[in-house]
Ligand binder design. Sequence first.
Ligand SMILES: *Cc1c(COP(=O)(O)O)cnc(C)c1O
Length: 342
Amino acid sequence: MVARYEPVESPDETTIFPYHDLTPPTTADVFRARSVVAAHLPRTPLVRCEWLSAELDADVYLKREDTLPTGAFKVRGGITLVATLDDEFRDRGLVAASTGNHGQSIAYAGREFDVPAAICVPEDANPGKVRAMERLGARVVHHGSDFDEARERAEELAAEEGYRYVHSANEPALVAGVATAGLEVVEDLPDVDVVFAPVGGGSGASGYCLTAGELADADVIGVQSAAAPAMHRAWSEGTLAAHDRMETLAEGLATRVPFALTAELLGEKLDDFVLVEDDALRDGVRRTLAEAHVLVEGAAASGVAAALERGDELAGKSVVISVTGRNLGMAKLRSILGEGRG
Ligand SMILES: *Cc1c(COP(=O)(O)O)cnc(C)c1O
């Protein structure tokens, strides 16, 4: 018989279970995650970008997380979490709610370690993303009309079936895992001055704070869409209140509720936090494709957009932009390219 898990009280408005430890990871935890990630994933290149270097009169490098097998940085966290999973969950399996890269990360890690994974998505989820998760061997559970309803189904499955509910941010192992990207940056570019890190739930930016921030004393600048500013608000106003707006085209940045663990880390360590308009994200996608010949999704274009907006402060500096993912749907790509004509 499977033990029933009941959710416990969370400092934010999301559901957590008794196994969710909200103690933020440390830089030492990132070094521990490093060997696991290195055994399962390729190191990603840090590539100088001549276009942005000329545009900003700086040395600008792209951290090409889009080259990971799932096309996004989150898989570093999935691998780290599943590698250290308690035995009781290895047979029962994992459950997550995601319309995008978190789901692919957990599906990939489940396949890698032979742990079953169920991913809950809304009924009208993007078929391309669903196919990607199914190809990785996950069971995709369609439920409800939006992300929140799909998430509720994931929480029920976790309670009823005893699956390990993998939260998208309140997971120290995910944060430590994604932070390994920052260790690679520090090794490749020890004198990095500034890192631009897109923020949705805040795990990626937290990771750069624990690495480039702590080890190289770089300024880590978070970037979120002005159309979905929940984490920005948590950082600037110190509140974990849910936000009413979440309309960004960049699903990687779309969070309504700020998350306790990453809000604590960012509150303590993030140097600056900027908001960019969705028009700037579209422009960032278009120009990164046209000038650097790299296809990025809207979330990943936020770092490029912020660097272009902050241009005058960057002259002469070593700047790294985290290119977090490449999973842009064809319809969005067409619409973004269409706007650029004429
Ligand atoms: C999830 C995601 C982000 C945001 O990362 P968080 O760790 O949730 O802040 C940015 N870009 C892409 C492509 C993503 O998938």
